[in-house]
Design a binder for this molecule. Structure first.
Ligand code: GAL
Length: 329
């Protein structure tokens, strides 16, 4: 009997230990290790998030230390609350256009097409010196299974480096892409099947990348970062009543000396609940020499009436049902 109690106690210890690693929380800690349900730091850098029914999917560059150097991987995670993430898969790609050693697959974004029922992934496809400047497109029947490479191209025949994703409140899907020769970034509408880039809605004439857009209380807000590679810089925002523009001048989103608190924009997400809406700024704190350890800076933005501000990052609570947030320190 005693031995039995002892075994149960030991089992409980192990269970509690395991649970502690993945314990459900409502707290987001900008800049800290963000463990998935197995306790591993999330690998979804330069990422994007979509919501399908009640589930969020987070896709991004899976840059684990033990990656096969010939392959590229897209991390796919799911969550019901945007805070606790389950690792689903690292989606594997081999060099699709024979770009050679050092080829790039960056900033993957996945769109779910309701009519074709396909998951359509876009990514920045490039060679080692970033001369190719194309997007790659791959599709799947499932959010987290293997994706079949379909094609690569220059959207609207323009160079395309950093890409961003914007899905408007009416469900229209846009690809945001940086076009260096035009010194700006495009907001372009996807075709009905999402497999091509159909129409240039706007070229925002400012040399910015890491483009992110949100629609909030009747205004569009666009954020971008300067072109300084992995080094963080002061990210900026502009607003417009319509995606076509005209867009205002770009202004700092945070004290410029902080270089956006060492981060670079990748997306904004609007969360609407019973008490209000929150816009979350999602950014990467890159660590070029140890990319697997790059961190995420997610913060609720102070936003409204044409103003946008990123406060000093600190841990915060997300109440998804209410659409509200509060700081815990
Ligand atoms: C950044 C870009 C990243 C990556 C990096 C390479 O400007 O946002 O996605 O391409 O340059 O230096």
């Amino acid at each position: 009997m005693k031995l039995f109690t002892f075994i149960i106690a030991i089992q409980c210890c192990f269970l509690t230990g395991a649970f502690a690693q993945s314990k459900a929380t409502t707290v987001i800690r900008p800049g800290e290790i963000w463990p998935d349900h197995q306790g591993n730091h999330i690998q979804a850098h330069g990422g994007g998030i979509i919501k399908i029914k009640k589930t969020y999917y987070w896709y991004g560059e899976y840059r684990a230390k033990d990656n096969d150097p010939a392959l590229r991987y897209v991390g796919c995670y799911s969550s019901k609350d945007l805070v606790n993430w389950k690792f689903l898969n690292k989606i594997q790609f081999s060099d699709p256009e024979n770009l050679g050693e050092g080829w790039k697959l960056e900033r993957p974004k996945v769109y779910y097409n309701k009519s074709t029922k396909k998951y359509v992934m876009y990514f920045h496809l490039d060679d080692k010196p970033y001369k190719v400047a194309r997007v790659g497109v791959a599709i799947s029947d499932k959010p987290d299974r293997a994706y079949r490479f379909v094609k690569s191209f220059r959207p609207l025949d323009r160079e395309s480096r950093d890409i961003g994703q914007f899905i408007d409140d009416d469900g229209t899907a846009y690809l945001v892409f940086e076009d260096r020769p035009s010194r700006g970034f495009h907001i372009a509408k996807l075709s009905d099947d999402y497999l091509s880039v159909e129409k240039d809605v706007c070229l925002i004439n400012s040399p910015l990348e890491g483009g992110a857009i949100v629609h909030y209380k009747g205004l569009y807000y666009a954020i971008g970062s300067a072109l300084t590679g992995w080094r963080a810089n002061p990210n900026k925002y502009a607003t417009s009543k319509s995606l076509e523009g005209p867009w205002t001048e770009f202004k700092d989103i945070a004290p410029p000396q902080t270089n956006t608190y060492g981060s670079q924009s990748t997306m904004m997400i609007k969360v609407t609940g019973s008490k209000g809406s929150t816009v979350i700024f999602m950014a990467d704190q890159w660590k070029p020499a140890t990319q697997w350890d790059s961190r995420y800076l997610w913060m609720p933005l102070e936003i409204g009436e044409g103003k946008l501000w990123l406060a000093q990052p600190k841990p915060w609570n997300l109440d998804l049902k209410a659409g509200m947030t509060n700081f815990i320190q």
